[in-house]
Design a protein around this ligand. Structure first.
Ligand code: C2E
Ligand code: MG
Ligand code: MG
Ligand code: MG
Length: 279
């Protein structure tokens, strides 16, 4: 009797936990199936050179069109892909697809377009990550300087050894690719990271952009980031720019590139091709 009671208490205690776990497992299995059945696709969001208005680059953003209709947000499934390790094969597919697409746009004479690809920490810590990037560039024929790898400070936490992280980034840069620090200003991202990791550019986190220039505190943070970036000779991209007011402020403060709904939302490769060729 006592044993049965103990068991019951145990069940109660773990119920919430197993529900979460079950939901995660379901999502993980669905994601694995979706990947196999090619329900994952890349959207592309234009990046605009602030001073000239020229379309200068795109960021590849993954989309999951679940069984034909509903869209699942990457914010929902990337964490699951990370935890399960599925991000490794999916990430390889993302990199290859984005590089192929960039090469194709390049070959159709669309001008010097940069392709930015998000790299998750789990993907970055793979022992052969640098080799993967090298062989993808070789196989797709995309010139390395056209590729930008967006990392977050999460890689430093995942790698644990800062020396090793810096070394890996150095190897990537030797390939000729550029490194971008995504979501800059959130978490612990510091001047120290930027220097040690030798990043080429930083993307100011959306949270700072949304309230400028109205919120004077946010505006001063953005101005400080831009001043620091100038000193370190880093390129700066602002993302999440939704209004003309935000755009003007950022441009006048010397922000290099702008990405956001004010110019374009993320779009399919077909839509992007039409935008690039002007028809
Ligand atoms: P992120 O890399 O910081 O991407 C920027 C996010 O902001 C994207 O959301 C984009 O659609 C959204 N965005 C762009 N302009 C605006 C704007 O003007 N207003 C607002 N409100 N949002 C804007 P998305 O596509 O839902 O992606 C969310 C996050 O998921 C990304 O943040 C990135 O961390 C992750 N993610 C997306 N695609 C990939 C991928 O291919 N690989 C990996 N590892 N992570 C990805
Ligand atoms: Mg990004
Ligand atoms: Mg970001
Ligand atoms: Mg992000």
């Amino acid at each position: 009797k006592a044993k049965a009671l103990g068991k019951n208490r145990c069940v109660l205690y773990t119920e919430k936990f197993s529900q979460d776990l079950a939901a995660k497992l379901v999502l993980e299995n669905e994601l694995r199936r979706a990947f196999e059945q090619q329900e994952l696709m890349l959207y592309y969001q234009p990046q605009i050179e602030a001073a000239s208005g020229r379309l200068a680059g795109v960021e590849a953003l993954i989309r999951w069109r679940k069984q034909g209709d509903v869209m699942v947000s990457p914010a929902e499934f990337i964490p699951v892909a990370e935890e399960s390790g599925l991000i490794v094969p999916i990430g390889e597919w993302i990199l290859r697809t984005a590089c192929l697409q960039a090469k194709q746009w390049m070959d159709t004479g669309c001008g010097p377009l940069q392709m930015s690809v998000n790299v998750s920490p789990r993907q970055f810590i793979e022992a052969n990550f640098v080799d993967r990037v090298a062989s993808t560039l070789q196989q797709t024929g995309l010139p390395p300087e056209r590729l930008v790898l967006e990392i977050t400070e999460g890689i430093a936490i995942a790698m644990e050894d800062e020396q090793e992280t810096a070394e890996k980034l150095r190897e990537l840069k030797q390939l000729g690719v550029r490194i971008s620090m995504d979501d800059f200003g959130t978490g612990y991202s510091s001047l120290g990271y930027l220097r040690r990791f030798q990043v080429d550019e930083l993307k100011i986190a959306q949270t700072f952009i949304f309230e400028v220039p109205g919120d004077s505190e946010k505006a001063s943070i953005v101005q400080a980031i831009l001043a620091m970036a100038r000193t370190l000779k880093l390129k700066v991209i602002a993302e999440g720019v939704e209004t003309e007011e935000q755009y003007r402020f950022l441009r006048d403060e010397g922000c290099d590139w702008i990405q956001g709904y004010f110019f374009h939302k993320p779009m399919t490769s077909e839509e992007m091709s039409r935008l690039l060729t002007g028809n």
